[in-house]
Design a protein around this ligand. Sequence first.
Ligand SMILES: NC(=O)c1ccc[n+]([C@@H]2O[C@H](COP(=O)([O-])OP(=O)(O)OC[C@H]3O[C@@H](n4cnc5c(N)ncnc54)[C@H](OP(=O)(O)O)[C@@H]3O)[C@@H](O)[C@H]2O)c1
Length: 265
Amino acid sequence: MKQSRFNQKVYWVIGASSGIGKQLVISMSQLSCRLIISARNTNALDELKSQYQKNDNIEVLPIDLSSNYEQLLDSSQKAYQIHQQLDGIFLVGGISQRAAFEDMKLSTFETIMKVNFWGALHITKACLPFLKQSKDPMIVCINSVQGKMGIPDRTAYAASKHALLGFMDSLRAELYPYNIQVTSILPGYVKTDLGKNALQADGSTQGKSEDSKGGISVEKAAHDILHYASEGKSEAIIGRPREQLAVYIKRFFPALLEKIVRKKS
Ligand SMILES: NC(=O)c1ccc[n+]([C@@H]2O[C@H](COP(=O)([O-])OP(=O)(O)OC[C@H]3O[C@@H](n4cnc5c(N)ncnc54)[C@H](OP(=O)(O)O)[C@@H]3O)[C@@H](O)[C@H]2O)c1
């Protein structure tokens, strides 16, 4: 990791209360940067701040990514005003799904799209004027290998991540003249509560932990995210070799991947 890239910078980590986002905060709190940390669970954010802050380098700003643009614009302005500086946003907040499309309430589908896609889009739009003021700005978006493929019972999740990947690809090209780095990270399985927090057909959370099938640790995920972000990568798949392989099978042998994925239903 090029640690010097993060020196004296201010980053906003959204989705910082658990899993990958929490570990990113823990890892970044050791670097010479200042952090604004956001999610809905204020207690978890306060605890993270009290455990890991050094020299007042962490500030808490609660937000709900399913809020409307005006509310997220207001939060983005507050995030900037804390230090009158914003060098990067880490868009980590997200929610998964465990339900067949046919059974799903449309409102559940919409919630997943709101949090995973619209929330990230609204924050990005609101923060662009601030990022343009930075000498070395970055947008780091935690996508998923499901931004490139779909598996059963993940229609909304895969749709939101495909939309996010296309959005970030197009934005990267638009922002090139402004030197704003746009990095999409596509994790495979990471050992977090994503499955436990996933929405069922009626919109309730699954509530039980899942076997994360030998997924990588949050420490490894955060390390790799910071590595690829500091290297200025546009896109990186992180996770076990099998998930990286799946993306290549999808690209070069799509019919084979369809067969593999069908067996998962
Ligand atoms: N774990 C994996 O295997 C895996 C694989 C591929 C991609 N990812 C992606 O990685 C990201 C982080 O997930 P994770 O695995 O770390 O899961 P997690 O432990 O469930 O963390 C999800 C984070 O998103 C936040 N969040 C959810 N809904 C929100 C809302 N409405 N407003 C604001 N924040 C919200 C949560 O905070 P609050 O509940 O406090 O709001 C929490 O901080 C997600 O985008 C996920 O799609 C994970």
